[in-house]
Design a protein around this ligand. Structure first.
Ligand code: SF4
Length: 508
């Protein structure tokens, strides 16, 4: 499908870290022109993705389109887990899809339909490559892609949807009026209580082998006779979804078999591995790199301010490191690294960091030892020693999948690395609004049990910022926590907002 080439008239050398790209960042296929209307390649908004893309794309597009789609899929996965009211679920899904994977109907104006559909197609196919590699990834991909497909199907233009369905040539048999009147009572008995027989005659029914619609059969929503299920129009989405899942499942298995042939491509494999790691941790790649002092948005923080900020704004991982340093007057290497970079990124400058860490170690360490063994490392993390690299703070994905903490360590993500009792103790201590035995704590622990660690962390954020975000809104706009510094920044922002609102209005 994607073939490397040396021809690259447009793209310059890629500077994306970790992509493993050389000076030849292009994947060669054949680019086609995209105008404002649909082309013959993309006549419909809906797509079963049965033909691999054959246009040119750069490696940068390869990665960007996939990350956009991954954001939608990870959000879907998190939303499905959160048991939100249907209306709120639809609103949050709709806003994520619009933001990262918008796809317009043919009737839409002022939209580059082909470009939207090209992004959509490429994103889907790249993620197929990334997620075909294990049964777990395949299952998750099919589940979230099906949900995205369902949302698009339900929001599609009715006429366009029918045309698309016709183009698929499903072997459904349309039930004619004579057969419907023969089975009238039976068909009506499967409809909701307030429906009547005239609705049956006016509806469009198809019959299919009953085993192709197990969800409709198990909920008794279709009439079955002679091995066929009679499916009214409203439920035909089940048929389409079933076909979508089946075809995608088979395609993923086939892709998995051919994937070893791509192993030698050292440009694509790092991207694919990174994407699948993101999907496994349910966290989409983060656009934000938190560097600290060079970040123009970060405000200066002093060593004296850290304790007060920790109590109000730190996520569980950093709160734990803060309290361990206070309690033990010591942190092991990875703990120092995780906490030090977090503090740097929230705006603690180097001179204040030296003051903070010196105080943190207290009497357990002489000035001499601190200067010789620790000062260098702190200066190093600020890019003042060695290669002078300004290291960014660690994201949730890095913390969740990085070096696993041992018994004496305190780094990592408490939602993932703590025993349940230990985690509950930490949460109750760090966030007084969460009480032992409360419904809220159970809800958080349920997400942890399902290994949805960042969903648990996001729920804690919602619970601790009740005046700013409601359940389901995450850190704002339905976004999940995927970086400790994002958690901190949002928390601080909401505090400022609340204070601003609390200030008395000036009147003349
Ligand atoms: S989910 Fe992220 S921010 Fe929350 S505790 Fe874990 S690593 Fe920290």
């Amino acid at each position: 499908m994607f073939k490397a080439t040396s021809r690259n008239p447009q793209a310059g050398p890629s500077s994306r870290p970790g992509s493993g790209l050389g000076s030849n960042p292009e994947v060669k296929i054949n680019r086609r022109l995209s105008g404002s209307g649909p082309s013959s390649r993309y006549p419909y908004r809906l797509n079963f993705y049965e033909r691999p893309p054959t246009m040119d794309i750069t490696l940068e597009e390869f990665e960007i389109f996939a990350i956009s789609r991954l954001k939608v899929l990870t959000q879907i996965h998190a939303l499905l887990d959160r048991s939100l009211p249907p209306q709120q679920y639809r609103e949050l899904l709709s806003s994520t899809v619009k933001q990262h994977a918008a796809l317009s109907s043919n009737t839409a104006r002022n939209v580059r339909l082909d470009e939207e559909r090209r992004r959509d197609e490429v994103g889907h196919w790249v993620l197929r490559l990334a997620f075909c590699r294990s049964p777990d990834l395949r299952e998750k991909f099919i589940k979230t892609e099906s949900e995205l497909f369902r949302w698009r199907f339900e929001t599609d233009d009715a006429v366009e949807k029918q045309e698309w369905l016709k183009s698929l040539r499903f072997d459904w048999v349309t039930v004619d009026q004579a057969e419907k009147s023969l089975l009238l009572k039976n068909l009506a008995s499967c409809l909701p209580k307030n429906a009547n027989e005239s609705q049956v005659m006016g509806d469009h029914y198809v019959k299919v082998p009953w085993y192709t619609v197990p969800d409709l059969v198990s909920t008794r929503r279709v009439y079955i006779t002679g091995g066929n299920a009679y499916v009214p129009q409203a439920y035909q989405i089940s048929l389409v979804l079933q076909a979508f899942r089946e075809r995608l499942g088979k395609a993923l298995e086939m892709t998995a078999k051919s994937l070893p042939r791509m192993d030698e491509d050292d440009r694509l494999m790092p991207i694919l591995s990174h994407l699948s790691l993101s999907f496994l941790t349910n966290i989409s790649a983060n656009d934000n790199n938190f560097f600290g002092e060079q970040d123009p948005n970060s405000e200066k923080v002093t060593a004296d301010m850290v304790d007060a900020l920790a109590v109000k704004h730190f996520p569980a991982c950093q709160y734990n490191l803060w309290r361990r340093l206070k309690r033990d007057r010591h942190l092991k290497h990875y703990g120092r690294l995780q906490f030090g970079l977090f503090l740097k990124a929230l705006g603690l400058p180097l001179d204040e960091a030296l003051v903070y860490w010196r105080r943190g170690y207290g009497q357990t360490m002489s000035d001499d030892k601190f200067n010789k063994e620790y000062k260098y490392n702190i200066r190093h993390s600020y890019g003042q020693e060695g290669k002078r690299t300004n290291y960014p703070a660690k994201s949730c994905q890095q913390i969740l999948t990085g070096a696993q903490p041992g018994a004496q360590d305190s780094h990592g993500c408490p939602y993932r690395h703590f025993a349940p009792e230990q985690l509950q103790q930490l949460l109750v201590e760090a966030y007084p609004v969460i009480q032992v035995g409360s419904l809220e704590l159970r809800e958080v622990m349920d997400s942890v049990k399902k290994t949805h660690y960042h969903v648990a962390c996001t729920r804690v954020f919602e619970l601790t910022h009740p005046g700013n975000v409601k359940k389901g809104e995450g850190i704002g706009g339905g976004n999940m926590v995927n970086h400790p510094n994002e958690y901190y920044n949002k928390s601080l922002e909401y505090e400022k907002e609340s204070k601003g609102m609390a200030e008395p209005m000036q009147t003349d």
